[in-house]
Design a protein around this ligand. Sequence first.
Ligand SMILES: Nc1ncnc2c1ncn2[C@@H]1O[C@H](COP(=O)(O)OP(=O)(O)OP(=O)(O)O)[C@@H](O)[C@H]1O
Length: 772
Amino acid sequence: MIDTVAIEKKWKDYWFNNNIFAFKKGDKNYTIDTPPPTVSGKMHVGHAFSYPQQDFIARYKRMKGYNVFYPWGFDDNGLPTEKFVEKERRVTIDNTPLKDYIEICREVSRESEKGLYQAWYDTGISADFKNYIDTSSDFSIKISQEMFLDLVAKKRAYRDEAPYITCPTCRTAISQIEMKDAIISTELVYINFNGIEIATTRPEMLGACVAIFVNPDDERFKKFIGTTVNVPVYGYPVKVMSDPSIDMEFGTGAEMLCTFGDQHDLELWKKYGIKARIILKNNRINDGSVIINMPIKDARKKIIDELQSKNYIIKIEKIKHSVNTHERCGTPIEIGISKQWYIKDLDIKNELIEFGNKIEWVPGHMKIRYDNWVTGLKWDWCISRQRYFGVPFPVWYCDNCGEIILAGNEELPVDPRLDNKKRKCEKCGSDNIVPETDVMDTWATSSLSPTLYLKHINQMDLYPMDSRFQGHDIITSWAFTTILRSYLHYGEIPWRKIVISGNVYDPFGQKMSKSKGNIVEPRAIIENYGADALRYWASTTMQGENIKLREQDLMRGRKTVIKLENSLKLIMMLANNKKPGNTIPEFPVNRWITTKMERTIKEVTEYMENNEIMKARISLDKFFWNEYCDNYLEMIKNESSKDDRRDETLSTAFSVFENILKMYSPIMPFITEELFHQANPSFSGSIGLEPYPEFDGQMIYNEENEVDYIIGVIDKIRNLKSQMKLSMAAPLDILKLHGDAKIIQKYDYILEGMMHINSMEIINSEDTYIEN
Ligand SMILES: Nc1ncnc2c1ncn2[C@@H]1O[C@H](COP(=O)(O)OP(=O)(O)OP(=O)(O)O)[C@@H](O)[C@H]1O
């Protein structure tokens, strides 16, 4: 039984200890913008699916002679990490001083990175693991702050008091990137608005009502347009206005506009320039009269009681409707007004779409998701978060005149919250200076990954990178923000190509995700089937397609590992454990397998060049299982014992096998490394750095058709034997074979030897068949 655990341990340590995958810059480089996983839980089979897909290409490119820069990193700051740490250590900012909180986050994430690191390492990822970045390190903070200051200088980062999206659970501003639509059950409350009936799912926002809106075509309400009505309970007047966006079918057809019940309220508010009434602050409602500083849920109950007691409620309906939620916690978002930092991007949508066009998208159809996202942007990117473990803004404010005071580049990295340096306002001279206490959105740093990776090795001349690999779930976040930052900082695309992989889902149809915890860890699979089998499974979908964990693919991967091992055993045995030197094939069967191999090399290479891993692997499987094992090895079992062709046949068998190993090695690096070393005991390198087989048109031989014909005959004899319930090794006394007598006679010794036929009568005929 093959011990994949031992083999894998041997080779991954060999690669690591010998720096096999360390980047050495040369003339022909290939750079990869590796996704730095968030430190928010454990590695899962979703990662074991998507990371091998980049690794297949990294390994392939190395064998094609590229110096591959395949860096490693962890995204370990921001909300996902904070939430993870809070759960692990049961701390919150309310019970921990800021400095300690940051320290605990740092400590827990570093600790948990060790486990994550090991999990990725175990899947045979060929990244340069010794040379990795953390987005929370001083190095990353410095770059992130520098880049922020660059945006301020370019007038692209600005601070504004404006409507912003906030999550009541996470108690922070969030951006459009982090929102997700969800259907929730709620109540639709019908209120008599002193003459006009409205329906709302946000009755608690009544005190923020600034207008009533109806559709201009709605006959029921035409007479009200331009009049005023008094807001129930609160008693102040608001105007009845009209807008074609109002859905006549929803509720009563009349809506109250509150600042702000939802995104639509915000749009109408902006469009008509109405004054705001802000009652939602810090995720609590305070209208100064009816609801005093209450959480949203309690406020809703309170206002419904109030409306009911004054007979304003017509009815309450239970409905399901779509709301915007925070994707991290599922809480419906709120819209408030406060001071936040933004990156201005709404004015450059066309340029961003143009930039997207300059990048090659694989598969091409994924680009539409980026285009739709950019077209549908409604907000500049809000990058400030009222959280704690993140990249601090290098910013202070003058409490006297409001001037924004920026850190100098030489001071970076800096944490204004913990910095004791005395500062003065250059504008008014005041030394009453207060630090910015918000931190940056984690995407504000991970969107700089190409810069972080390349600056880490001092090779910014390699910008733009060659490829970004990532899941389709983060096209609108990571891909979008990276393209945006690259445009703003450099006016340059971040990478030439973006390769999008699908997602692995849990049995309930949810994307597997670390922070949700709905995961299957790869460890048990690796123990049972081996990492090569797991990687094999990762090569069984088309680009961008979602996938489930399928046992039959793991089995098939495992069987391929065993088959490779058995094939080498067989040819070693035939060669008495001595690999012969290389020869040019002369004999038809050797020419045939060489021709098939060349065709496979051509096909597999074309697929690999196009990132079509599944097609490459299918083509290789067909060649290895059918042509090489089922036919060629079976044919040469007897052939190789014949003196005049022994060396040539064994030489062909070995060289074809080594090319098979090389072509499989990006997908199954462990077994191929092991067998390549077994076949070449004096070899001291890595198959992963060996040249990838090159197609050679000179090695396409005419014998191909003849041997294909003979294989057709062999298949017929095999069928006959199975019909007769005979094993393939059982002798057949007499066989009457109709077919192309010239070809059959030329290869009769193969037929007789391989199919164990004692005597064969050959009858020339146009049709090929066996006479009973
Ligand atoms: N279920 C999945 N299937 C395939 N790829 C995935 C899956 N989950 C994450 N990835 C990919 O792994 C990379 C790192 O993702 P990340 O660390 O954010 O994983 P995650 O489990 O989604 O974490 P979190 O729950 O914190 O969002 C990304 O390229 C992402 O597309």
